[in-house]
Design a protein around this ligand. Structure first.
Ligand SMILES: [Zn+2]
Length: 282
């Protein structure tokens, strides 16, 4: 497999002041939608899938489908495991050829447990040249009844972030700055002072999860303040399912899925333009 890991991709993004879109795929046609659009846009391509997607067909199939599609791609492709919460999932994905993984220790009872889990994954991954993204603070959900993403307990503490990166050796850090997973019920209010404070003490790339629905001006400000990877999932899922829901009665299912694939491509293209990663592959 000829994937790149996140470091090379995010270094270029940081140097040139844009962010790489990390797009969630769960089927072969959603993977193709993202990779084809990345090639059309001449954008670096970052594919992410997490435990829910892995449950569909397993890590080997999830990696192989991206590998096959990336063979024909003119843009570099990174494959990144999203939100693993345990070491076994990480190991299975490393065995399947993932060059990059995220360990999300935000479910741990204590900060110390998060450090220990994340450090253990770094120790497993590093010898293989595999990059690791950690999470400090917690990126909650915003489509729950009472979203609380600006709750202090979920926000990343800058001083603790610096220590966390030092103790764990992660290559990238997902931060909680008022962002959340799902579709925002109302526009998020990202805490840019906090982001600035984190950036001033953390040298590894910063990651914004929960990109879907973030207003463009806040995205641009987050990129200006040092975010170089933005995860997008819910908008893709919504476009895919809407295309299927809106299909003409009696349409053969392959055609419905082709329409869903093209709907995902359209969303991906818009995001690549917005994040500034279009046109970066020379
Ligand atoms: Zn996430």
């Amino acid at each position: 497999m000829s994937f790149v890991n996140i470091t090379k991709m995010l270094q270029d993004a940081e140097e040139n002041h844009y962010a790489v879109g990390a797009f969630n795929y769960c089927t072969s046609e959603t993977a193709k939608a993202i990779i084809d659009e990345g090639c059309r846009k001449k954008s670096p391509i970052m594919m992410i899938c997490g435990p829910w997607e892995l449950d569909l067909v397993g890590p080997n199939m999830m990696a192989r489908m991206v590998d096959i599609l990336s063979d024909e791609a003119g843009s570099p492709v990174c494959l990144h495991l999203d939100h693993a919460t345990d070491i076994d999932t990480v190991k299975r994905c490393i065995d399947a050829g993932f060059p990059s993984v995220m360990i999300d220790g935000s479910h741990c009872d204590t900060y110390e447990e998060n450090v220990a889990l994340t450090r253990a994954v770094v120790e497993i991954a590093k010898p293989y040249g595999i990059t690791v993204e950690g999470e400090l603070g917690a990126v909650g959900r915003v489509d729950d009844e009472s979203p609380e993403v600006n709750d202090n307990a979920l926000l990343t503490d800058p001083a603790q972030a610096a220590e966390f990166v030092h103790l764990t050796g992660v290559d990238a850090l997902a931060v909680g700055i008022g962002n959340g997973h799902g579709m925002y019920r109302q526009a998020p209010v990202l805490d840019f002072e906090r982001l600035k404070a984190i950036r001033s003490v953390v040298t590894v790339p910063l990651v914004l999860h929960g990109g879907s629905g973030t207003p463009a001006d806040q995205l641009h400000q987050a990129i200006d303040l040092g975010v170089s990877k933005v995860n997008v999932a819910s908008e893709l899922a919504r476009a895919y399912l809407k295309a299927i829901d809106d299909r003409k009665p009696g349409l053969w299912y392959a055609w419905a899925l082709i329409q869903a694939r093209d709907a995902v491509s359209e969303v991906v293209g818009r995001w690549m333009d917005e994040l500034g990663c279009s046109g970066r592959v020379k």
